[in-house]
Each structure stands twice: as structure tokens, then as C-alpha cells.
Design a protein around this ligand. Structure first.
Ligand code: ADP
Length: 518
């Protein structure tokens, strides 16, 4: 190449002109930009460029020839690639760099430049040739990719740190809660347990982690009903709620444990893992038991003197019938009313005690439900002049039931309907037979009950917040009603809207052959 260059520059013969023309045509046909610089002239000027180079740079040939290649970098001089180029030119060696160049219109383009020296016969460097390719598109892709990688890395780092934070947060919660916690895999094998678990059950990691729940200790958790419930958690997502385990535990003796279990959910996705929370409720149970015992004893002890007072009152009323003034009679009536109330409360407390000890016994006979409702209504109606009690019934309803207990339920629902609807004037009872069941609804137009309270009013001693001060009561009436209805294999429920009123309904199986055979 150097030889031919020299010839081209010094020769003028026609065959050399043809060679030169051929050479230029060949170089112009090359898709890469090509420049040749003259190393022997001041500032190594460009003496040749091909068509691809003019297209790439946007300059005309006459704007290129005579200049040093650096004009393509414009002001952008501080490029490491330029240092490499300079060293290669000084050393007379070839090199490949990627340079930021600028077109005539000022647009940046990335130039992949390969320079190599051209030597004469004596080995002196006379020229340099640069082959250039516009790699702007590739560079852009690389840079985009780099940016993507960097933002991906950043996101991963952020996510890991978030995950670590939430892991730390989670484990600090697990360690601070005052409940024993276990995480199980889908084979009920313990994956982890918190400190509270080890402390409560006086066991260590080796005895716990990696073991199946059912083989822990003396197999205290191996309870068929519990197994059944846990088995359902993963496929159905149904949690186990308030399951009581009253058992002998190896290191800590007899205890009552309350167990709640849920399928673990992380970042909105369910995992095949179960979180079990275990609470030692032995003491709470004992306290409850003592309270129940106290209530049973106290109400039993109140009953005898109360019955005596009632007897004396009746005798007193009879013997003084004509001797008392109007005022004295009114006072006596008030004493009788309050004594009856006290008696009802004591009977209710005794009922609660009976239910707790499983001693609520039913004495079922065939009863006429409509008749029973009418009798109860009459008693209630006489005590409440402000409300009119209506009965809507669809016909005869006979059923096998414990009459006094069903009367007690009706009585309770009616008295609540009156008590908690002081500003309304109507209570409606609906009685009907639905196939082999009787259904009774007591509808009032009073205070109503919020959804959250509706769930709790059947609990023992529970009274809705707003009624506590204003209305007398102990909060056991509905509890007793529900137990009585349950004992009859029926169900009791409420539908209510605050401010509009409530409807308490119960169903009872009629329990008679003639209906069952229908
Ligand atoms: P008590 O009436 O002695 O409080 P109950 O067990 O009969 O006890 O009722 C429990 C609670 O349910 C009541 O305190 C009251 O808050 C609510 N409740 C019961 N019946 C009605 C009703 N008809 N309307 C509104 N609230 C009611």
C-alpha cells in the first residue's frame, strides 16, 4: 500500500493512473469509511477519504482533505481513546478504538476506528490508514442495555434490602409476641419456631425443627379433629380458629392451649406454609371456672331466701288486702315487682350455671306453639301498655319441645323487643311451619344492633356498648335462649339495622312422626 501510494504521488504514467483510479473506485465501494493520512507532513493531514467516510461524517471531500483527524472530535477532546491513538501513532503501531465523533451538523456518532501504519521499502512510516465504522446504533443498544442492567441491579438491591428489612421486622415481631408460633410446611413439618415456643414448652431446637407437628413431645398435638382442620387449611384456606387443646405436656404438665392456624400469605400470594399461634390459656380457664363456680354457688344461695321472701310477700298481700291504704298498696306492688325481677335474674344465673355444667335437661312434650306464644304475649302485653304485640301465624303448629324452656325463649325475645324499642309502639310475632320445622320471628322497630355487635350478643354477659347504662340487664338472656334452642337441635339468629329495629328468629324441628314422614 505504501509503495502504491508513493507511486501514485510521484508517477504520472497512464497505467499508473488506471491503477490509481481502480484503487480509488475499490476504496469508494468499501462500506467502511477509509482515510489515509500523511505522516511525513506537518500535523499528519488527511490526504485521502472514501465515499463511505464523507457519508458518515457529512463533510465534503474538500472539507476533509488537509485536516488532522482530530477535527472530527470537535470540542470533545478528553477521550481516553484519543490518548491510545496518539500513543499508537508515536509508536508506529496499529490500534483499535471507539471514539465519539461529530458530523458536520454537530450530531454525535460513535466511530469504531482501526488505524494501521503504512511503511515504505526502508521500513519508515509514511502514512496511516484509518478504517472506520459508524457504531452509533450498537453503542446506543449497549448503553440502553447497560442502563437496563443498572436499573435492574438497583431494583434487585432495593428488593433484597426491603426483603431483609421485612424479614428482620417479621422475626422481631415473631420474637416479641407473647404467643408461641410455629411455621409448618405442607407436610406439617416444623420449619421454624419462636423463642416463646421453646420457653413455654421447655424444649429446644433439635427436639422441634424438622419434626412433624404430630410427633412433638408426647404426641400432644396428634388429635384427630385438629389433624382434620389443619389438613383443610392449604387446599381450602379455611383457618383453624380457637381450637382448645387440653392435654398433658411432657415438661410442663397439664395445660389448656388455644390454637389458631392460618395459611401464610406473603406479598399477596399464598404459600404452602401454615402459621400456628399457640396461647396458654390455662390460667384464664381457671379464673373463668372460679367465676362460674362463684356464680353457681351465689345464685343457688340467693334462691332459697328469695323464695321465702316471695312466699312471705304473697301471704302478707293476702292477709292485709283490706287494711292497706292506696299508697301502701302501690308500695307493696313495687316490692313484689322488684322481687320478681330479682327472682328472674337469679333463675337466669342458675340457668347459665346449668348450661356450663351441661345440666340443662329438657323435658319434651307435644306443645301447641301458637297457644304458648299467645300466653306469653298476654303476660307481656299486660306489663307494657305502650306497645301493641301482634301475632301473625299460618296455622296450627304442634311440636315436640320443652314447654317452659321455649316459653322462656319467647319471654326473653319479647321482653328485649319491648325494652330495646322504647320509642316504638309495635312488636310483631310471626309463627309458621316450614316443612318439618317451626319458625318464630320476633320483630321490633327499636334501636337495632350494629353488625359487629350482632356477632357478640349471644355471648355470656355481653351487652352492646350503648345500652349498658340506659337499660337494666345482665347480658345472659340471649346466651340462654341460644343454648335452649341448640339443645332442641334448632337455631337462633338476628337480623338488624341500627335505628330501624331487629328481628330475632328461631327454628325448631317439630320432632313429630307425622311431620317427619311428610
Ligand atoms: P340483656 O338484655 O340483659 O342485656 P340479652 O342477652 O338478652 O341481655 O341481650 C344481650 C344484648 O343484646 C343486649 O344488652 C342488647 O345490647 C342486645 N339486644 C338484645 N335484644 C335486642 C333488641 N331487640 N334490640 C336491640 N338490642 C338488643
Amino acid at each position: 500500500m505504501a509503495k502504491r501510494e508513493k507511486k501514485q504521488l510521484s508517477l504520472s504514467g497512464s497505467s499508473n493512473h488506471q491503477d490509481f483510479f481502480l484503487l480509488c473506485s475499490a476504496l469508494d465501494a468499501c462500506p467502511s469509511g477509509i482515510v489515509i493520512t500523511d505522516n511525513n507532513q506537518l500535523d499528519n493531514p488527511i490526504i485521502y477519504c472514501n465515499a463511505a467516510f464523507t457519508a458518515m461524517s457529512g463533510y465534503h471531500e474538500h472539507e476533509i482533505i488537509g485536516r488532522n483527524c482530530r477535527f472530527l472530535q470537535g470540542e470533545d477532546r478528553a477521550q481516553h481513546a484519543r490518548v491510545m491513538l496518539k500513543q499508537a501513532v508515536l509508536k508506529g503501531s496499529s490500534c483499535k478504538v471507539e471514539l465519539r465523533n461529530y458530523r458536520k451538523n454537530g450530531d454525535l456518532f460513535w466511530n469504531e476506528l482501526f488505524i494501521s501504519p503504512i511503511k515504505d521499502e526502508t521500513g519508515n512510516i509514511t502514512h496511516f490508514m484509518g478504517v472506520q465504522n459508524d457504531i452509533t446504533a450498537r453503542k446506543k443498544n449497549e448503553q440502553d442495555l447497560l442502563k437496563q442492567q443498572q436499573s435492574l441491579q438497583k431494583e434487585i438491591v432495593e428488593r433484597i434490602s426491603k426483603f431483609e428489612d421485612s424479614q428482620k421486622f417479621l422475626s422481631s415481631i415473631l420474637e416479641t409476641v407473647r404467643e408461641s408460633l410455629l411455621v409448618l410446611d405442607d407436610n406439617y413439618v416444623v420449619l421454624s419456631a419462636n423463642e416463646h415456643f421453646f420457653r413455654t414448652f421447655k424444649v429446644n431446637q433439635q427436639e422441634t425443627i424438622g419434626k412433624q407437628l404430630y410427633e412433638l413431645g408426647n404426641h400432644q398435638w396428634d388429635i384427630p379433629k385438629l389433624k382434620e382442620l389443619l389438613f383443610d387449611i392449604l387446599p381450602t384456606n379455611n383457618p383453624v380458629e380457637n381450637f382448645e387443646v387440653d392435654n398433658e405436656f411432657p415438661q410442663i404438665g397439664r395445660k389448656v392451649m388455644l390454637l389458631n392456624a392460618h395459611r401464610i400469605e406473603l406479598d399477596g400470594a399464598y404459600k404452602d406454609q401454615i402459621l400456628i399461634a399457640i396461647e396458654d390459656i390455662t390460667e384464664r380457664k381457671e379464673v373463668e371456672q372460679r367465676k362460674d363456680d362463684f356464680l353457681a354457688i351465689a345464685s343457688h344461695e340467693f334462691k332459697t331466701p328469695l323464695t321465702t321472701i316471695k312466699g312471705y310477700l304473697q301471704a302478707f298481700t293476702r292477709s292485709t288486702a283490706d287494711m292497706l291504704s292506696e299508697k301502701q298498696k302501690q308500695l307493696l306492688e313495687k316490692i313484689i315487682l322488684q322481687t320478681t325481677r330479682l327472682n328472674t335474674m337469679v333463675i337466669e344465673l342458675l340457668d347459665v350455671a346449668k348450661i356450663k355444667t351441661g345440666n340443662l335437661t329438657l323435658n319434651k312434650t307435644v306443645i301447641d306453639l301458637n297457644k304458648l306464644i299467645r300466653e306469653t304475649m298476654e303476660i307481656m302485653q299486660s306489663a307494657t301498655p305502650n306497645h301493641s304485640i301482634e301475632l301473625h301465624t299460618t296455622g296450627d303448629i304442634s311440636l315436640l319441645a320443652d314447654e317452659p324452656h321455649i316459653a322462656q325463649v319467647l319471654n326473653n325475645l319479647l321482653s328485649n323487643a319491648i325494652k330495646y324499642a322504647p320509642d316504638s309502639n309495635k312488636v310483631v310475632i310471626y309463627a309458621t311451619r316450614i316443612r318439618d320445622h317451626a319458625k318464630v320471628s320476633v320483630k321490633d322497630f327499636g334501636l337495632g344492633i350494629s353488625i359487629s355487635e350482632q356477632k357478640r350478643i349471644f355471648e355470656r354477659f355481653y351487652r352492646a356498648g350503648e345500652v349498658q347504662q340506659k337499660y337494666a340487664g345482665m347480658g345472659v338472656g340471649l346466651y340462654i335462649c341460644e343454648q335452649i334452642i341448640k339443645e332442641h337441635d334448632g337455631s337462633l339468629w338476628v337480623e338488624s339495622e341500627p335505628g330501624k329495629g331487629s328481628t330475632f328468629s328461631f327454628t325448631l324441628p317439630v320432632g313429630l312422626k307425622e311431620y317427619n314422614e311428610e
